[in-house]
Design a protein around this ligand. Structure first.
Ligand SMILES: Cc1ncc(COP(=O)(O)O)c(C=O)c1O
Length: 402
Protein backbone atom coordinates (compact mmCIF):
# COMPACT_ATOMS: atom_id res chain seq x y z
CA UNK A 1 0.00 0.00 0.00
CA UNK A 2 1.24 3.48 -0.87
CA UNK A 3 2.00 5.93 1.95
CA UNK A 4 -0.22 9.04 2.04
CA UNK A 5 0.72 11.64 -0.57
CA UNK A 6 2.11 14.22 1.90
CA UNK A 7 4.47 11.58 3.35
CA UNK A 8 5.73 10.65 -0.10
CA UNK A 9 6.32 14.32 -0.93
CA UNK A 10 8.18 14.80 2.37
CA UNK A 11 10.35 11.73 1.63
CA UNK A 12 11.20 13.09 -1.82
CA UNK A 13 12.26 16.44 -0.33
CA UNK A 14 14.29 14.67 2.36
CA UNK A 15 16.09 12.62 -0.32
CA UNK A 16 17.19 15.83 -1.99
CA UNK A 17 18.50 17.46 1.18
CA UNK A 18 22.03 16.50 2.00
CA UNK A 19 22.02 16.50 5.77
CA UNK A 20 25.48 17.33 6.95
CA UNK A 21 26.01 16.26 10.54
CA UNK A 22 27.83 19.16 12.18
CA UNK A 23 29.97 18.27 15.16
CA UNK A 24 29.07 20.76 17.87
CA UNK A 25 31.35 22.33 20.44
CA UNK A 26 30.17 24.46 23.31
CA UNK A 27 32.04 27.62 24.34
CA UNK A 28 29.21 29.30 26.23
CA UNK A 29 29.59 27.87 29.73
CA UNK A 30 28.92 31.24 31.41
CA UNK A 31 25.39 31.13 29.98
CA UNK A 32 24.92 27.67 31.42
CA UNK A 33 27.02 24.55 31.78
CA UNK A 34 25.88 20.91 31.55
CA UNK A 35 24.94 18.93 34.63
CA UNK A 36 28.17 17.22 35.66
CA UNK A 37 28.45 13.42 35.95
CA UNK A 38 28.95 13.37 39.73
CA UNK A 39 25.92 15.63 40.18
CA UNK A 40 23.81 13.37 37.98
CA UNK A 41 24.88 10.36 40.06
CA UNK A 42 23.87 12.19 43.22
CA UNK A 43 20.43 13.31 42.06
CA UNK A 44 19.09 10.34 40.10
CA UNK A 45 18.29 8.30 43.24
CA UNK A 46 16.87 11.41 44.91
CA UNK A 47 14.51 12.04 42.00
CA UNK A 48 13.18 8.50 42.04
CA UNK A 49 13.32 7.54 45.72
CA UNK A 50 13.36 10.65 47.89
CA UNK A 51 10.01 12.23 47.21
CA UNK A 52 9.03 13.25 50.73
CA UNK A 53 8.28 16.85 51.64
CA UNK A 54 11.15 17.97 53.87
CA UNK A 55 8.63 19.57 56.25
CA UNK A 56 6.81 16.27 56.91
CA UNK A 57 7.42 14.52 60.21
CA UNK A 58 7.31 10.94 58.86
CA UNK A 59 10.21 8.90 57.54
CA UNK A 60 9.83 10.15 53.95
CA UNK A 61 9.93 13.78 55.02
CA UNK A 62 12.82 13.27 57.40
CA UNK A 63 14.86 11.52 54.69
CA UNK A 64 14.40 14.57 52.46
CA UNK A 65 15.26 16.86 55.41
CA UNK A 66 18.53 15.01 56.01
CA UNK A 67 19.48 15.46 52.37
CA UNK A 68 18.73 19.18 52.56
CA UNK A 69 20.85 19.49 55.69
CA UNK A 70 23.76 17.69 54.01
CA UNK A 71 23.50 19.90 50.92
CA UNK A 72 23.39 23.02 53.09
CA UNK A 73 26.67 21.94 54.69
CA UNK A 74 28.24 21.33 51.29
CA UNK A 75 27.22 24.75 49.95
CA UNK A 76 28.35 26.45 53.15
CA UNK A 77 31.65 24.54 52.84
CA UNK A 78 32.34 25.91 49.37
CA UNK A 79 31.79 29.47 50.64
CA UNK A 80 33.47 29.17 54.04
CA UNK A 81 30.12 29.88 55.71
CA UNK A 82 27.97 28.30 58.42
CA UNK A 83 25.14 26.05 57.16
CA UNK A 84 22.46 28.21 58.82
CA UNK A 85 23.72 31.18 56.78
CA UNK A 86 22.61 29.53 53.49
CA UNK A 87 19.14 30.26 52.04
CA UNK A 88 18.18 28.08 49.08
CA UNK A 89 16.41 29.87 46.23
CA UNK A 90 15.19 29.17 42.70
CA UNK A 91 18.45 30.50 41.23
CA UNK A 92 20.78 33.46 40.98
CA UNK A 93 18.08 35.92 39.95
CA UNK A 94 15.97 35.22 43.01
CA UNK A 95 19.00 35.31 45.31
CA UNK A 96 20.05 38.72 43.91
CA UNK A 97 16.53 40.06 44.33
CA UNK A 98 16.27 38.65 47.85
CA UNK A 99 19.54 40.30 48.85
CA UNK A 100 18.58 43.71 47.52
CA UNK A 101 14.93 43.81 48.54
CA UNK A 102 15.65 41.89 51.75
CA UNK A 103 18.02 44.57 53.03
CA UNK A 104 17.38 47.65 50.91
CA UNK A 105 13.64 47.92 50.44
CA UNK A 106 12.59 49.48 53.72
CA UNK A 107 11.21 52.99 53.40
CA UNK A 108 13.83 55.67 52.87
CA UNK A 109 16.57 53.17 51.97
CA UNK A 110 19.17 53.73 49.28
CA UNK A 111 21.11 51.12 47.27
CA UNK A 112 24.55 51.54 45.67
CA UNK A 113 25.45 49.29 42.77
CA UNK A 114 27.39 49.47 39.49
CA UNK A 115 26.60 50.03 35.84
CA UNK A 116 27.77 46.59 34.72
CA UNK A 117 25.87 44.30 37.07
CA UNK A 118 23.72 41.46 35.83
CA UNK A 119 20.14 42.52 35.01
CA UNK A 120 18.98 40.62 38.12
CA UNK A 121 20.75 43.21 40.30
CA UNK A 122 20.14 46.20 38.03
CA UNK A 123 16.45 45.32 37.77
CA UNK A 124 16.00 44.92 41.52
CA UNK A 125 17.97 48.09 42.37
CA UNK A 126 16.01 49.92 39.69
CA UNK A 127 12.85 49.43 41.75
CA UNK A 128 14.42 51.31 44.67
CA UNK A 129 16.23 54.58 45.29
CA UNK A 130 19.68 53.76 43.94
CA UNK A 131 22.98 55.08 42.57
CA UNK A 132 24.90 53.39 39.74
CA UNK A 133 28.67 53.65 40.07
CA UNK A 134 30.62 53.48 36.76
CA UNK A 135 33.36 50.95 36.01
CA UNK A 136 36.70 51.80 34.43
CA UNK A 137 38.05 50.87 30.99
CA UNK A 138 39.56 47.66 32.30
CA UNK A 139 36.26 46.38 33.66
CA UNK A 140 36.99 47.10 37.33
CA UNK A 141 34.99 49.09 39.88
CA UNK A 142 36.86 51.77 41.83
CA UNK A 143 36.21 51.27 45.56
CA UNK A 144 36.57 55.02 46.14
CA UNK A 145 33.74 55.66 43.70
CA UNK A 146 31.60 53.33 45.82
CA UNK A 147 32.58 55.29 48.93
CA UNK A 148 31.61 58.57 47.26
CA UNK A 149 28.20 57.20 46.28
CA UNK A 150 27.25 56.33 49.87
CA UNK A 151 24.59 58.38 51.61
CA UNK A 152 23.47 58.29 55.23
CA UNK A 153 20.41 56.29 54.16
CA UNK A 154 22.38 53.70 52.10
CA UNK A 155 21.52 50.23 53.39
CA UNK A 156 23.09 47.94 50.82
CA UNK A 157 25.95 47.97 48.33
CA UNK A 158 25.85 45.35 45.57
CA UNK A 159 28.97 44.69 43.47
CA UNK A 160 29.42 41.49 41.50
CA UNK A 161 32.43 39.31 42.27
CA UNK A 162 33.25 38.35 38.65
CA UNK A 163 31.58 39.96 35.67
CA UNK A 164 29.67 37.47 33.51
CA UNK A 165 30.77 38.94 30.16
CA UNK A 166 34.37 39.92 30.88
CA UNK A 167 35.29 37.61 33.73
CA UNK A 168 36.96 40.53 35.55
CA UNK A 169 37.25 40.03 39.31
CA UNK A 170 36.23 42.99 41.45
CA UNK A 171 38.06 44.29 44.56
CA UNK A 172 35.36 42.98 46.88
CA UNK A 173 37.50 42.82 50.04
CA UNK A 174 38.40 46.50 49.63
CA UNK A 175 34.78 47.46 49.05
CA UNK A 176 33.85 45.38 52.11
CA UNK A 177 36.13 47.52 54.29
CA UNK A 178 34.36 50.65 53.04
CA UNK A 179 30.97 49.04 53.65
CA UNK A 180 31.96 48.00 57.17
CA UNK A 181 33.22 51.51 58.05
CA UNK A 182 29.91 52.94 56.85
CA UNK A 183 27.82 50.24 58.55
CA UNK A 184 26.27 49.20 55.21
CA UNK A 185 25.59 45.58 54.16
CA UNK A 186 27.62 44.40 51.16
CA UNK A 187 26.07 41.97 48.67
CA UNK A 188 28.13 40.35 45.95
CA UNK A 189 26.75 38.39 43.01
CA UNK A 190 29.08 35.41 42.91
CA UNK A 191 27.27 33.50 40.16
CA UNK A 192 30.29 33.67 37.84
CA UNK A 193 33.02 33.33 40.47
CA UNK A 194 31.92 30.53 42.79
CA UNK A 195 33.45 27.30 41.54
CA UNK A 196 35.93 29.16 39.30
CA UNK A 197 38.07 30.80 41.97
CA UNK A 198 38.31 30.08 45.71
CA UNK A 199 35.60 31.96 47.61
CA UNK A 200 35.59 32.57 51.33
CA UNK A 201 32.83 34.94 52.40
CA UNK A 202 34.57 35.78 55.68
CA UNK A 203 37.81 36.72 53.91
CA UNK A 204 35.90 38.69 51.29
CA UNK A 205 33.97 40.44 54.05
CA UNK A 206 30.61 40.22 52.31
CA UNK A 207 27.33 40.05 54.19
CA UNK A 208 25.39 38.53 51.32
CA UNK A 209 26.61 36.39 48.41
CA UNK A 210 24.67 34.86 45.50
CA UNK A 211 25.36 31.57 43.74
CA UNK A 212 23.49 29.73 40.97
CA UNK A 213 23.36 25.97 40.35
CA UNK A 214 23.41 25.88 36.57
CA UNK A 215 26.74 27.67 36.32
CA UNK A 216 28.55 25.04 38.38
CA UNK A 217 27.20 21.72 37.13
CA UNK A 218 23.81 21.53 38.86
CA UNK A 219 20.53 21.93 36.96
CA UNK A 220 18.75 25.21 36.24
CA UNK A 221 16.27 26.50 38.80
CA UNK A 222 18.28 26.27 41.99
CA UNK A 223 20.62 28.68 43.73
CA UNK A 224 21.45 30.08 47.12
CA UNK A 225 22.00 33.29 49.01
CA UNK A 226 24.58 33.41 51.79
CA UNK A 227 23.31 35.74 54.53
CA UNK A 228 25.75 36.50 57.32
CA UNK A 229 24.44 35.87 60.85
CA UNK A 230 22.74 38.90 62.35
CA UNK A 231 21.87 40.49 59.00
CA UNK A 232 18.14 41.07 59.23
CA UNK A 233 16.68 39.88 55.93
CA UNK A 234 13.11 40.74 55.03
CA UNK A 235 11.60 37.85 53.05
CA UNK A 236 10.27 38.47 49.55
CA UNK A 237 7.94 35.51 49.53
CA UNK A 238 5.48 34.62 52.23
CA UNK A 239 3.94 31.27 53.06
CA UNK A 240 5.39 28.36 55.03
CA UNK A 241 8.23 28.76 57.50
CA UNK A 242 10.87 27.29 55.21
CA UNK A 243 14.51 28.37 55.20
CA UNK A 244 14.21 29.88 58.70
CA UNK A 245 11.39 32.10 57.44
CA UNK A 246 13.64 33.76 54.90
CA UNK A 247 12.20 32.05 51.79
CA UNK A 248 8.79 30.38 51.80
CA UNK A 249 8.04 27.45 49.49
CA UNK A 250 8.52 23.66 49.53
CA UNK A 251 12.20 23.00 48.98
CA UNK A 252 13.40 21.66 45.62
CA UNK A 253 15.14 18.67 47.21
CA UNK A 254 16.70 17.19 44.06
CA UNK A 255 17.90 20.61 42.88
CA UNK A 256 19.35 21.42 46.28
CA UNK A 257 21.11 18.04 46.53
CA UNK A 258 22.55 18.77 43.08
CA UNK A 259 23.74 22.20 44.17
CA UNK A 260 25.33 20.65 47.24
CA UNK A 261 27.18 18.00 45.24
CA UNK A 262 28.34 20.57 42.67
CA UNK A 263 29.62 22.79 45.50
CA UNK A 264 31.39 19.85 47.12
CA UNK A 265 33.07 18.97 43.82
CA UNK A 266 34.17 22.57 43.31
CA UNK A 267 35.69 22.65 46.78
CA UNK A 268 37.49 19.33 46.26
CA UNK A 269 38.94 20.77 43.07
CA UNK A 270 40.23 23.88 44.78
CA UNK A 271 41.77 21.98 47.63
CA UNK A 272 43.08 18.49 47.05
CA UNK A 273 43.79 18.77 43.37
CA UNK A 274 45.23 22.29 43.63
CA UNK A 275 42.57 23.70 41.35
CA UNK A 276 43.53 21.35 38.52
CA UNK A 277 40.40 21.80 36.40
CA UNK A 278 40.36 25.58 36.67
CA UNK A 279 44.06 25.74 35.82
CA UNK A 280 43.42 23.50 32.81
CA UNK A 281 40.64 25.80 31.61
CA UNK A 282 42.83 28.84 32.25
CA UNK A 283 45.58 27.39 30.04
CA UNK A 284 43.04 26.67 27.28
CA UNK A 285 41.61 30.19 27.58
CA UNK A 286 45.10 31.72 27.35
CA UNK A 287 45.89 29.56 24.32
CA UNK A 288 42.64 30.60 22.64
CA UNK A 289 43.29 34.27 23.34
CA UNK A 290 46.90 34.19 22.16
CA UNK A 291 46.02 32.26 18.99
CA UNK A 292 43.32 34.78 18.09
CA UNK A 293 45.58 37.78 18.77
CA UNK A 294 48.43 36.21 16.76
CA UNK A 295 46.40 35.06 13.80
CA UNK A 296 43.63 37.63 13.38
CA UNK A 297 44.66 41.28 12.95
CA UNK A 298 42.74 44.07 14.70
CA UNK A 299 41.57 42.03 17.64
CA UNK A 300 41.68 43.07 21.31
CA UNK A 301 40.83 41.43 24.60
CA UNK A 302 38.27 43.48 26.54
CA UNK A 303 39.38 43.63 30.17
CA UNK A 304 42.87 42.27 29.41
CA UNK A 305 45.33 42.95 32.19
CA UNK A 306 42.67 42.84 34.90
CA UNK A 307 42.38 39.86 37.24
CA UNK A 308 39.92 37.48 35.57
CA UNK A 309 38.28 34.12 36.24
CA UNK A 310 40.17 31.44 34.27
CA UNK A 311 37.45 30.34 31.86
CA UNK A 312 36.32 33.61 30.26
CA UNK A 313 37.59 35.88 27.52
CA UNK A 314 35.83 38.67 25.66
CA UNK A 315 37.39 39.65 22.35
CA UNK A 316 36.75 42.52 19.99
CA UNK A 317 37.03 41.84 16.25
CA UNK A 318 37.17 45.22 14.51
CA UNK A 319 34.94 45.55 11.48
CA UNK A 320 32.78 42.57 12.45
CA UNK A 321 29.18 42.47 13.65
CA UNK A 322 29.22 40.11 16.62
CA UNK A 323 25.85 38.54 15.80
CA UNK A 324 27.01 37.80 12.23
CA UNK A 325 30.16 36.15 13.62
CA UNK A 326 28.12 34.23 16.20
CA UNK A 327 25.88 32.85 13.44
CA UNK A 328 28.82 32.02 11.17
CA UNK A 329 30.44 30.10 14.03
CA UNK A 330 27.18 28.38 14.92
CA UNK A 331 26.89 27.13 11.33
CA UNK A 332 30.36 25.64 11.72
CA UNK A 333 29.31 24.00 15.00
CA UNK A 334 30.74 26.41 17.62
CA UNK A 335 28.51 28.01 20.26
CA UNK A 336 29.71 31.39 21.61
CA UNK A 337 27.95 34.49 22.90
CA UNK A 338 27.66 38.08 21.77
CA UNK A 339 26.53 39.30 25.19
CA UNK A 340 24.63 37.98 28.15
CA UNK A 341 22.29 35.12 27.18
CA UNK A 342 19.32 36.97 28.58
CA UNK A 343 19.87 39.88 26.20
CA UNK A 344 20.94 38.06 23.04
CA UNK A 345 18.41 38.46 20.30
CA UNK A 346 18.05 42.10 21.29
CA UNK A 347 19.80 44.48 18.90
CA UNK A 348 21.20 46.57 21.77
CA UNK A 349 24.96 46.28 22.38
CA UNK A 350 26.09 44.79 25.68
CA UNK A 351 25.49 47.16 28.60
CA UNK A 352 28.64 45.75 30.22
CA UNK A 353 30.90 46.76 27.32
CA UNK A 354 29.23 50.16 27.04
CA UNK A 355 29.70 50.61 30.80
CA UNK A 356 33.45 50.08 30.47
CA UNK A 357 33.62 52.79 27.81
CA UNK A 358 33.48 50.92 24.50
CA UNK A 359 31.62 52.68 21.68
CA UNK A 360 28.43 51.05 20.43
CA UNK A 361 30.30 49.83 17.35
CA UNK A 362 33.12 48.35 19.43
CA UNK A 363 30.65 46.68 21.77
CA UNK A 364 28.80 45.21 18.81
CA UNK A 365 31.97 43.64 17.49
CA UNK A 366 32.84 41.71 20.66
CA UNK A 367 32.35 38.03 21.40
CA UNK A 368 32.47 36.19 24.72
CA UNK A 369 34.08 32.76 24.83
CA UNK A 370 33.50 30.89 28.09
CA UNK A 371 35.09 27.49 28.62
CA UNK A 372 34.05 24.55 30.71
CA UNK A 373 34.89 20.99 31.60
CA UNK A 374 33.92 19.63 28.18
CA UNK A 375 36.42 21.73 26.21
CA UNK A 376 39.71 20.32 24.95
CA UNK A 377 42.78 21.75 23.23
CA UNK A 378 41.60 20.13 19.96
CA UNK A 379 38.29 21.99 20.21
CA UNK A 380 40.07 25.27 20.90
CA UNK A 381 42.31 24.83 17.87
CA UNK A 382 39.31 23.98 15.70
CA UNK A 383 37.52 27.09 17.01
CA UNK A 384 40.51 29.26 16.08
CA UNK A 385 40.49 27.86 12.51
CA UNK A 386 36.74 28.56 12.24
CA UNK A 387 37.28 32.08 13.55
CA UNK A 388 40.11 32.88 11.12
CA UNK A 389 37.93 31.71 8.27
CA UNK A 390 34.77 33.49 9.36
CA UNK A 391 36.46 36.79 10.21
CA UNK A 392 38.24 36.94 6.84
CA UNK A 393 34.95 36.25 5.08
CA UNK A 394 32.89 38.73 7.10
CA UNK A 395 35.48 41.49 6.81
CA UNK A 396 35.34 41.18 3.03
CA UNK A 397 31.62 41.96 3.32
CA UNK A 398 32.15 44.92 5.65
CA UNK A 399 32.59 48.02 3.50
CA UNK A 400 33.65 50.14 6.48
CA UNK A 401 36.53 47.80 7.16
CA UNK A 402 38.10 47.72 3.68
C1 LIG B 1 26.34 37.30 37.13
C2 LIG B 1 25.00 36.62 37.08
N1 LIG B 1 24.09 36.88 38.02
C3 LIG B 1 22.91 36.31 38.02
C4 LIG B 1 22.52 35.43 37.04
C5 LIG B 1 21.16 34.82 37.07
O1 LIG B 1 21.21 33.49 37.57
P1 LIG B 1 20.02 32.48 37.23
O2 LIG B 1 20.11 32.16 35.78
O3 LIG B 1 20.30 31.30 38.12
O4 LIG B 1 18.76 33.17 37.61
C6 LIG B 1 23.42 35.14 36.01
C7 LIG B 1 23.04 34.26 34.89
O5 LIG B 1 23.46 34.41 33.77
C8 LIG B 1 24.70 35.74 36.04
O6 LIG B 1 25.62 35.50 35.09
Amino acid sequence: MLAPLHNRVADKIADKIIVKAVQRFYFDHNATTPVSPEVLDAILPVMTEVYGNASSIHHFGQTARKMLDAARKQVAGMLGAEPQEIVFTSGGTEADNLAIFGVGSRRGCHVVTTTFEHPAVLGAAGQLDHTLVPVDGSGIVDPDAIRRALRPETKVISVMHANNELGTIQPIAEIARIAAEAGVALHSDGVQSAGKIPVNVAELGVGLYTISGHKIGAPKGVGALYVRKRIALKPMMFGGRHERERRAGTENVAGIVALGRAAEWALEQMGEHADAENRRQGALRDHLEQSILDRIPDTRVNGAGSPRVPNTTNIRFDGIDSDALLIALDLKGFAVSSGAACSSGAPEPSHVLLAMGLSRLEARSSIRFSLGRSNTIGQVDALVEALVDSVVHLRKLAPAYA
